[in-house]
Design a protein around this ligand. Structure first.
Ligand SMILES: [Zn+2]
Ligand SMILES: [Zn+2]
Length: 231
């Protein structure tokens, strides 16, 4: 193979590498490290495929540490990861608020478009869309993590406290069945709710949304975040 190393930070990674970088950004943000074995699950591809892609990514200077338990983003890699994440989130807003594309479709549609957006277009989108701090699902733009730091997973709420749902984690965005379930049941940013029942032995909790009771497993509830009203 005679592929060139990226010569500078303005060289864009391939689509595949951008997809990996976005997933790596979420892992690094949430856990402080990127466990290679988890990438296979998250990317929904075979471990051997992940291993090959990681090798290529290390050769091209996006990451270091291939072959060890955790890989690390290089400075260039992190900048590229943040860039594609911003473009993804701005595209979601463009689709949702300007083009009125249904919420259940915007994440997947954005994946097809995000790679083609130039820096100029990104800046224009940010301006027109009002410089958002979170995506339509409530996930923070890279560098805007502070904006969501007071939001609490549903699993950490006491029974009876009235809260407003603010965020559906990227892991749920990536799971169409789960995302559709949440949308169909109005478990969405801006909707008010309260936990009405917690069954630890069953690993479930029940929430009250729009006059209905909905039972969620802890695993799912852990990735839905709410805000305590300030007033
Ligand atoms: Zn998304
Ligand atoms: Zn989103």
């Amino acid at each position: 193979m005679t592929r060139q190393m990226p010569s500078n930070s303005t060289t864009r990674p391939t689509h595949t590498v951008e997809d990996y970088l976005m997933t790596m950004h979420v892992m690094e943000r949430d856990h402080g490290e990127i466990i290679a074995a988890r990438l296979a699950e998250r990317m929904n591809v075979a471990p051997a495929t992940v291993a090959m892609t990681l090798k290529r990514m290390e050769r091209d200077n996006w990451i270091t540490g291939t072959g060890r338990k955790a890989v690390h983003l290089t400075e260039t890699g992190r900048a590229a990861a943040h860039s594609v994440t911003r473009r993804h989130m701005l595209t979601e807003w463009l689709l949702a608020s300007i083009l009125k594309v249904p919420l259940r479709l915007i994440h997947d549609e954005a994946h097809g478009i995000e790679h083609a957006i130039s820096q100029q277009l990104e800046e224009r989108m940010r301006e027109v869309l009002g410089n958002p701090q979170v995506c339509p699902h409530g996930n923070p733009f890279p560098g805007s993590e502070k904006a969501i730091s007071s939001w609490i997973p549903l699993t950490n709420l006491p029974v009876g406290e009235q809260v407003i749902i603010r965020r559906i984690h990227e892991y749920a965005e990536d799971n169409p069945d789960l995302l559709n379930f949440l949308i169909e049941n109005d478990i969405l940013p801006g909707v008010s709710t309260q936990v009405t029942n917690i069954l630890p032995f069953n690993q479930t909790l029940t929430i009250h949304v729009n006059n209905r009771e909905i039972t969620l497993g802890f695993q799912v509830a852990h990735f839905i975040f709410a805000e305590r009203p300030t007033a």
